[in-house]
Write a protein that binds this ligand. Structure first.
Ligand SMILES: C[S@@+](CC[C@H](N)C(=O)[O-])C[C@H]1O[C@@H](n2cnc3c(N)ncnc32)[C@H](O)[C@@H]1O
Length: 229
């Protein structure tokens, strides 16, 4: 079976998001970084979401493939994503769930327009049935989330990672995988989160991965010939 990731409609949607992101974020990202630098007080989620409303801020394709790999290899029933944006990472996760043949992604996004765009992108990529885009504040959504979480992907804003993790904690499966992005890029914001997950008394084993320095994780997307014989 060809992986969902290689189907033409999937490739078209992912390429479209990447192209738009380069065009839009080239202008929007410097504006956002200036606002973040000039800000002297902590942001509320609503203020930050408004500040980045005109940008994409999608993860790079390598992270998309890494998420795909994690989901194919660990076969989670429930994945929770903090920060959907236009659905670039959500599509990779949903493609892996589709290849697994089971599982569901719940992805939280506060911005209404991005929720609509992500739902459309997931549907156009052919994996809409594996993902539910939930409009709202991630911590609030998690406070009433009733499913056991096998894989938690954090890609909203680093300042909120700890709050989101603590809200997810009662639902985390023993052995759940937690992937937090941009912890070096936004090191100051991520600090409380990193201190928490690196303190063994909080129940985690945690390590930093320096992406961009030669790291590759892979999973096999077809049935092994050896397994068939
Ligand atoms: C870096 S972008 C996500 C990118 C996406 N994962 C991708 O790679 O395609 C972060 C997103 O998180 C959303 N966000 C930030 N804080 C949030 C919160 N507290 N609750 C829900 N969404 C939030 C923002 O509106 C923004 O669209």
């Amino acid at each position: 079976m060809t992986s969902a990731l290689y189907l033409p409609k999937m490739r078209n949607v992912l390429a479209g998001i990447s192209e738009e992101q380069h065009r839009v974020d080239e202008v929007e990202q410097p504006k956002l970084l200036r606002k973040v630098r000039e800000r002297g007080t902590p942001w509320t989620p609503e203020e930050l979401v408004e500040a980045c409303a005109s940008g994409y801020y999608a993860a790079p394709p390598e992270i998309g493939r890494m998420l795909f790999t994690f989901v194919r290899a660990t076969r989670p029933e429930t994945v929770f994503e903090f920060g959907t944006s236009y659905g670039f990472t959500a599509i990779h996760i949903a493609a892996a769930l589709r290849d697994n043949g089971f599982g569901m992604l719940y992805t939280a996004e506060l911005h209404e327009g991005k929720c609509t765009a992500a739902r459309n992108n997931l549907a156009s990529a052919g994996v809409g049935e594996y993902a539910e885009v939930i409009q709202g504040e991630a911590e609030e959504i998690l406070s009433s989330f009733s499913r056991r979480i096998d894989f938690l992907y954090l890609d909203g804003w680093a300042e909120f990672y700890l709050g989101v993790l603590r809200a997810a904690e009662p639902r985390l499966r023993a052995g759940a995988l937690i992937h937090a992005d941009d912890t070096a890029k936004f090191a100051a914001g991520a600090r409380p989160y990193l201190d928490y997950v690196r303190d063994p008394s909080n129940g985690y084993v945690s390590t930093a991965i320096a992406d961009g320095q030669g790291l590759e994780l892979s999973t096999f997307t077809r049935t092994s010939e050896r397994a068939l014989s």
